[in-house]
Design a protein around this ligand. Structure first.
Ligand code: PMP
Length: 446
């Protein structure tokens, strides 16, 4: 009898369970006290693997399985795991005491390094997550402009505070017209006012962006732009016209580089030739420790400068600019030379080209897209250009491919998006992933 798609998925689950009894035990014990898993992003069927350790570009789970790590902690581990320079910087900082209730100087060094790298940064401030970074950047934009609303892109993600949790993944039947999307709250419990404070813009459509920004200019504090690097391709002309439209309408542009800062020394903004008013950062700039940062134009950022008397603006946090984070982040940035980025970006090109050739050769309606060391696999035969085309991609093969790749020793994000290469990887690792994808997809061919 012919095996069906469902049979194959059931067989994958069975083999997965057989290979990971300890992970299953951890999951069962953990869910009794944690409401699910340690965080939502870790959850997938039948249960997530519990990892024991990471070394270079490898992960090892509690059942002793080894994986090449293509997820790299939501892209944050750009140097892979246990990089000696980061370990050493953390150890040295630990020996001085963890947190001392005063500046230690290391935060100034990381600030200098960031301002040196990113042309639009006159000033920067640190916090503990990307969510905090976008929260403070948006608040600053409101305070600076005196206007109440923000504009964000449909499908853009900026963390989990209310105003940016609007139209992150709206169901298509609620999303409204493609050229003038509805403002749809994403999660339960969000303030009912949040959706009213947000103008939702479509990606890749400069005419609609211009119309909407111009219409709302007198009430817009900012446009916050997530380029969805590695997930959604961006046309250079679109990105540059977004900068022009915001400038012309006197609306601040906040570029969210929390993921996209991975593409080069000066980030996405350098690659695309734009100068945002404010930029938010996170992920790898903390060397694997919790971090967020935001910075930009001196005249805007200096609202946080209370050294000459109160400005009425304030941003703090018990662990903001944490010394261990600052030390690990600085050590990480020092490894990320122009040559390191060139190496990573070449590896990324090799992977995307290899995967797309594989899909073409086998007439599989899929594409590997991305930029620099970031990549995603989408099952579709149309170009993905905006949230609507992303929402239309076929999701049925994602889970089987993810589990099949685990069997082949390849760990990707379980949505197969937001994947990232790390500096210890070599061409053999990338070619190994291409072969493994070919192997798994062959098993599932009708
Ligand atoms: N912005 C973008 C573009 C992100 O990808 C993320 C997290 N994945 C955030 C903001 C939020 O960052 P954090 O999870 O550190 O709060």
């Amino acid at each position: 009898m012919k095996t069906t798609f469902i049979d194959n998925v059931a067989a994958l689950h069975e083999r997965y369970r057989a290979a990971s009894p300890r992970s299953r035990e951890c999951f069962e014990q953990g869910r009794a006290v944690m409401c699910g898993t340690a965080k939502g992003a870790y959850l997938y069927e039948p249960y997530p693997l519990t990892m024991q350790r990471g070394e270079g570009c490898f992960l090892y789970d509690v059942d002793g399985q080894q994986f090449v790590d293509f997820a790299n902690h939501h892209t944050a581990q750009v140097l892979g795991h246990r990089h000696p320079a980061v370990d050493e910087a953390v150890r040295a900082q630990l020996e001085r005491g963890i947190v001392l209730g005063a500046p230690l100087g290391i935060e100034m060094e990381l600030s200098q390094e960031m301002c040196r790298r990113v042309a639009s940064l006159d000033r920067i401030r640190f916090c503990n997550s990307g969510t905090e970074a976008t929260l403070h950047a948006v608040r600053l934009a409101r305070g600076f402009s005196g206007r109440p609303k923000i504009a964000k892109f449909e499908g853009g993600y900026h963390g989990s505070h209310d105003v940016v949790e609007v139209s992150v993944a709206p169901p298509l039947d609620k999303a409204g017209p493609e050229t003038e999307p509805n403002s749809v709250p994403t999660a339960g419990g969000i303030s009912p006012n949040a959706a009213e404070e947000v103008v939702v813009l479509p990606y890749d459509d400069e005419a609609s962006v211009e119309r909407l920004v111009t219409r709302h200019r007198h009430e817009l504090a900012c446009v916050i732009f997530d380029p969805k690097a590695g997930f959604l391709p961006q046309r250079k002309e679109f990105v540059q016209s977004l900068r022009e439209i915001t400038r012309k309408n006197d609306v601040l542009l906040i570029l969210d580089e929390i993921v996209s800062f991975r593409v080069g020394v000066g980030g996405f903004q350098e690659c695309y030739g734009i100068t945002p008013d404010l930029t938010t950062f996170g992920k790898f700039i903390g060397g694997g420790f919790p971090v967020g940062a935001f910075g930009g134009r001196a005249d805007v950022m200096d609202l946080f400068d209370n050294t000459r008397g109160s400005t009425g603006f304030f941003q703090s946090g018990t662990f903001s600019a944490h010394p261990i984070t600052m030390a690990a982040g600085l050590a990480t940035l020092k490894q990320l030379t122009p040559d390191a980025f060139a190496y990573l970006n070449d590896l990324g090109d090799r992977l995307r080209t290899g995967l797309n050739e594989l899909f073409d050769r086998n007439s599989i309606a899929a594409r590997a897209i991305g930029i620099g060391s970031l990549f995603s696999i989408h099952f579709t035969d149309e170009d993905v250009v905006n949230y609507r085309s992303l929402a239309r991609t076929d999701k049925t093969m994602i889970h089987p491919l993810f589990l099949g790749l685990l069997e082949q020793g390849q760990f990707l994000s379980h949505g197969l998006s937001m994947n990232a290469l790390s500096l210890p990887m070599q061409t053999g690792h990338v070619d190994g992933l291409i072969d493994a994808v070919g192997h798994v997809l062959t098993e599932f061919r009708p």
